[in-house]
Design a protein around this ligand. Structure first.
Ligand code: ADP
Ligand code: ASP
Ligand code: MG
Length: 830
């Protein structure tokens, strides 16, 4: 045995402070859960700081207000609140509740004495309010303490009003550390227990009056006691998995942050992310104490660790929104180059006890703008009007303007410092979501960029920015009109592609509305596989105003309507939708080929709002016809001629028509195979082909109308008015004429094809023509379409786009491709 070894120093005691918010102690069941959570942890010293039961502080403040304004219903409320506490005690402690109930009754009797006094004096002095509103924590700590004791734990309950001494000042609540530490040491001498339950929120001031740390102050209590106890860690238990990248109530896609630096947490907390109280940080930061925000409902989840360590994985960690603000703008030519203006502004605001949330001044010095709280806005405005009365009178200052209904959106992250492009990304996301920015501020720490925006845009802005920084997917609120063949195929394609787009491209295409001719199906989160049944069972009748309102009401960054109807009334709405920033994608030819004024209004609306209008699938279904031409034009080429076969039905008919069968027989066959419209005259009349030619002509820069196209209809005059059945029965009347044309063509070595043409002079025609057997158009397969562009660059050898040009699947795919192009234009990385 060696006697030289010094006895080992006892390992320092490990103390951990746990703070439980109101949601964690909402009722007896939750207290039980908290107790189990505490008992499962083996800390040497364990301090639990508790809030009042959820809603109790609000209820107490209401009681004080009612009593002091002489409203007799305070008694009823008081009874309810007492009953809630007694109920929790009985549920928690059962037969052992006796002493707790007596104690609670004593507390509530004391409360009713104060309230009765307030009712008499008809006023609500600060100290009385503090006494009343802090009672919830006093009761809460006792309930948890008694429950732990009933479980056989030796635990002490500390009423923080006995030890914690603070001073309230303009800068908030400052702790008197010395006195508090001394009092705590005295208290601990008489209470050596391993487990201690402490009241959050409440304290005493230097004059020994009861006070509180301000709303949500229990987090601060947690940090203060962590400091006083020299704890190793502070765990703040709440009802979410930690600090999220944004308030989950506004951005449901918000993601949990594994870690934050103190600086980041302060910026986030300051700008309204309520999960941590800003002051909480100071005692912890000074001592380098880790703060862990975690979920009482998921105790196994590691939560968010807030320490001094910086992890700069991305530029922005989180975003916050502060509501209820106003912008105050002081503007004047007389301010330019005058030193001390800012000082006078802030001095005036300080004297009026207005706190300034955000400041921005352009380098022209023509105006100074600051953001203040709504409640203080008018006071702030009169302060500035007063301070600059002279300058206003002599015209050196033109105005002191107040804009209410403002929110501040802040993007926060240590990784922003020195990284170019962060502000651009923020502004771009906001611009794409059509959010107007009223003022901008970035501190030189570069850890926070703040923008003031109209509160009406706030939710959309937060979601757009959140998606813009890839913190959540880029989300589109999508509505489909006309779930017929193409519409239904599109919905299926969309549903099938959704998981992949979300996983790989972080793009969330959320189908939230479907309108058929008669019915409307609306859904908040996104319509699933059962859309047919749900639409069939829907009791809402179609109302496009309602459809539109639903799409935009979600405040998702982008809304997009897919019109798969063939309706002109729907096309009448495009301009309004686009003007409102809603993108429109469609295979409906009404807009592209309809009246020119409507088409121009649509284009203007799109150009001025930035919303996109795409209709690739109107020509050649899924074939890239319009986009190919746009690429040609965008790169400086000129289209001198367009020619092609734009109808799958007519392509098939004339590919087959070699004389072995009569024409009417082929039409009947095509109809039977579903290659024609239900009324084949819709195909044979050539109007549909003419519409497609008009669309291409307009894209090529020629403002053509349908009437300008010379159309050869294959339906004889005599059959135009007949019923479909009659028409089919009598179609053989045309067989002889077609046979003759075919013979004539064959004799010259040619074939017949139904061709659309736009020439260099802008002449447009569609009709049956003879082409040499070797011509490209003479050798198409089945229902293939072909479009041939002659341009300045492609003059000797035209550019040809060819392939299947009809059918619901390929048409839907063309629409889908448009949708993805719109998404890419809004920043999706496809
Ligand atoms: P407690 O009762 O535990 O004190 P609070 O209601 O004060 O809880 O704070 C937790 C709530 O803060 C969460 O339920 C959440 O809705 C909200 N919250 C706001 N912003 C954020 C954010 N960025 N991260 C996490 N939660 C947030
Ligand atoms: N109960 C107090 C409040 O609601 C303190 C807190 O819970 O943080 O403001
Ligand atoms: Mg809280």
């Amino acid at each position: 045995m060696s006697s030289s070894a010094a006895p080992a120093a006892p390992a320092p005691l490990r103390t951990v402070v746990h703070k439980f918010g109101g949601t964690s102690v909402a009722d007896a069941e939750r207290y039980r859960h908290v107790a189990q959570l505490l008992l499962a942890r083996d800390e040497d010293v364990q301090v639990a700081v508790v809030s009042a039961m959820k809603g109790v502080t609000d209820a107490l403040i209401e009681l004080a207000g009612l009593a002091s304004s002489g409203r007799a219903e305070w008694r009823e409320r008081w009874h309810e609140l007492r009953a809630r506490h007694r109920g929790a005690a009985v549920a928690l402690l059962g037969e052992r509740a006796g002493t707790t109930l007596e104690w609670l009754d004593g507390q509530f009797d004391g409360l009713s004495d104060i309230l009765a006094a307030l009712a008499v004096i008809g006023e609500l002095p600060r100290e009385a309010l503090d006494r009343v509103q802090g009672l919830g924590e006093v009761c809460s700590a006792r309930l948890l303490g008694d429950h732990l004791a009933a479980l056989g734990e030796d635990c002490a309950v500390l009423d923080a009003r006995q030890v914690l001494v603070v001073e309230r000042s303009d800068l908030g609540v400052v702790v008197d550390w010395e006195t508090s530490a001394r009092r705590l040491a005295e208290w601990r001498a008489g209470h050596p227990q391993r487990r201690v339950v402490v009241t959050g929120f409440v304290a005493r001031d230097r004059d020994d009056r009861v006070t509180t740390l301000g709303r949500n102050g229990s987090d601060y209590s947690g940090a203060i006691f962590a400091a006083l106890y020299e704890a190793a860690e502070l765990h703040i238990w709440t009802d979410v998995d930690g600090v999220l990248s944004a308030d989950p109530r506004v951005v449901p896609e918000a993601v949990q942050l594994e870690s934050l630096s103190y600086d980041e947490a302060c910026e986030l907390a300051y700008f309204g992310a309520k999960v941590v109280h800003p002051q909480t940080m100071s005692p912890a930061i000074e001592r380098g104490l880790p703060i862990i925000i975690r979920n009482t409902f998921q105790p196994a989840h590691p939560g968010t660790r807030i320490t001094s360590a910086r992890d700069v994985s991305g530029p922005v960690k989180g975003l916050t929104l502060s509501p209820d603000l106003a912008v105050l703008n002081l503007e004047g030519t007389g301010l330019i180059g005058v030193p001390g203006t800012a000082e006078r502004v802030f001095a005036a605001l300080r004297d009026a006890r207005v706190s300034v949330v955000m400041i921005s001044q352009g380098s022209s010095e023509h105006s100074i703008c600051c953001v203040v709280r709504s409640a203080e806005a008018e006071r702030a405005q009169s302060a500035l009007l007063g301070a600059f009365a002279h300058e206003l009178a002599i015209g050196q200052v033109q105005r002191v303007q107040l804009t209410g209904g403002v929110s501040v959106l802040a993007a926060v992250g240590d990784g922003m410092a020195g990284q170019p492009g962060v502000a651009a990304r923020l502004f771009e996301s906001l611009a794409r979501a059509r959010v107007n920015i009223l003022a901008i501020a970035q501190g030189s720490s570069e850890r926070n960029i703040s923008v003031a925006i109209d509160s009406a845009d706030a939710t959309r802005a937060l979601r757009a920015a959140h998606a813009g920084f890839w913190l959540s997917p880029l989300t589109f609120s999508i509505g489909v009109i006309g779930p017929g063949n193409v519409g239904a195929a599109l919905i299926e394609q969309l549903r099938a592609a959704q998981p992949q787009l979300l996983g790989k491209a972080n793009l969330d295409l959320r189908l939230r509305a479907i309108a058929s001719r008669g019915r409307l199906l609306l859904d908040e989160r996104g319509i699933g596989d059962d859309w047919r049944q749900r639409l069939a069972a829907s009791t809402l009748s179609t109302d496009l105003d309602r459809f539109t309102a639903h799409l935009t009401a979600a405040h998702l960054p982008h809304a997009l309507i897919i019109d798969c109807s063939a309706s002109a009334e729907v096309a009448d709405r495009y301009a309004d939708w686009l003007a409102a920033g809603i993108h429109v994608v469609t295979p409906n030819k009404q807009a592209g080929a309809g009246p020119l004024p409507r088409f121009e209004a649509i284009r203007e609306a799109a150009a001025s709002s930035g919303a996109r209008f795409r209709y690739e699938a109107t020509v050649g279904a899924g074939l890239p016809v319009i986009s190919t031409m746009r690429d040609l034009l965008d790169t400086g080429d000129t289209v001198t001629g367009i020619e092609g076969i734009f109808s799958g039905t007519l392509a098939w008919l004339f590919n087959k028509y070699d004389g072995s069968a009569v024409f009417s027989q082929l039409v009947a066959q095509a109809r039977a195979m579903g290659y024609t419209e239900p009324d084949p005259r819709d195909d044979l009349s050539g109007t549909d082909v003419a519409r497609k030619l008009v669309i291409l002509a307009r894209e090529a820069g020629r403002p053509l109308a349908l009437e300008d196209v010379q159309v050869e209809s294959l339906v004889p005059e005599s059959l135009r008015q007949a019923s479909v059945e009659d028409f089919m029965a009598r179609l053989q009347e045309v067989d002889a004429a077609f046979a003759q044309r075919l013979q004539r063509a064959a004799a010259a070595g040619n074939v017949l094809r139904y061709v659309a043409r736009l020439d260099g002079e802008g002449r447009a025609s569609v009709g049956l023509v003879e082409l040499p057997r070797a011509h490209a158009f003479a050798n198409l397969r089945l229902t293939d379409n072909v479009v041939q562009f002659t341009t300045r660059r492609y003059c000797d050898n035209p550019l040809i786009v060819q392939g299947p040009g009809a059918g619901p699947e390929v048409t839907a795919a063309g629409v889908f491709a448009d949708l993805l192009r719109v998404a890419a234009g809004q920043g999706a990385r496809l």
